[in-house]
Ligand binder design. Sequence first.
Ligand SMILES: Nc1nc2c(ncn2[C@@H]2O[C@H](COP(=O)(O)OP(=O)(O)OP(=O)(O)O)[C@@H](O)[C@H]2O)c(=O)[nH]1
Ligand SMILES: [Mg+2]
Length: 307
Amino acid sequence: MAEGGMFGRLKDRLSKTRENLVGNVKRLFGGRLKIDDEVFDQLEEILIEADVGVDTTMSILDDMRAMARERGFTTPEELYEALKEEMIRLLEPGDHALNWTAPEKPHVTLITGVNGSGKTTTAGKLAAKLIADGRAVLLGAADTFRAAAAEQLSIWSERSGAGIIKHKEGSDPASVAYDAVDAAIARGVDNLLIDTAGRLHTKVNLMEELKKIQRVMRKRLPEAPHEVLLVLDATTGQNGLQQARVFTEALEVTGVILTKLDGTAKGGMIVAIQKELGIPIKLIGVGEGIDDLQPFHAREFVEALFG
Ligand SMILES: Nc1nc2c(ncn2[C@@H]2O[C@H](COP(=O)(O)OP(=O)(O)OP(=O)(O)O)[C@@H](O)[C@H]2O)c(=O)[nH]1
Ligand SMILES: [Mg+2]
């Protein structure tokens, strides 16, 4: 890692996508002197291959063709800069300062997503981040479905220094959530993070359970949850986008956390998520460690990606 700090780490962890997406674009533009139809056709292939998604790719190409025409681009370098600009423009609607503060304590975050997407890990990393900012954090182990789920969250509780509320395996997740809200109020903590199950017998069951968790915790705190975050695994590509729609149709998802960007060459999915779901990407996961959760900023992300 040549560069230090968060930006250096981000750059380092995006290397697979950089080599694929940006590397291919550079190779495409490298040997050319002028912009012709073939450039656009090959760019289309590269973007689709990097999981930017067909619809999003088409719209990027339309915009770039228009830009090339209006601004009279003659060289591929101009097109390269335009691609960066276009990606920033598409990702920027997700850009905003994170706010983990509620008018009255606690601020409650419900963490959702399919199994294996990184919910529990993200809850732990987020707890550590908030604690580092001087906040008091409580974790709620509302994944009572999977054996060892609460155990996994307990490890993160120890690592981060956050408290934890858990019940026996197989108990009602909504009652864990209620107790967690109750305890968060009683202890005066700033943030409550509720981890949930990623798999039940069916998708419908899962959505009904998440809705019930919300209903039940509102009996104790009507404003809760202040955030409903959807954790998506960047390595699942367009399939992950389909899964996301099940959640956004059932719940009022307020933000996306895209995990495992370090593990994929197809990080272009981030653009498809922003454009097609229209839900802000609030955080990104770039590794398994406690410090590997970063706030998302469009320009910084694109600069790190293009290197
Ligand atoms: N490389 C990498 N691995 C990650 C990241 N986030 C999570 N993981 C790993 O992904 C795996 C699954 O993470 P969990 O946090 O258990 O996922 P989950 O959504 O809670 O899974 P279920 O509880 O089974 O629904 C673990 O091995 C994590 O270490 C990330 O940003 N990068
Ligand atoms: Mg889990």
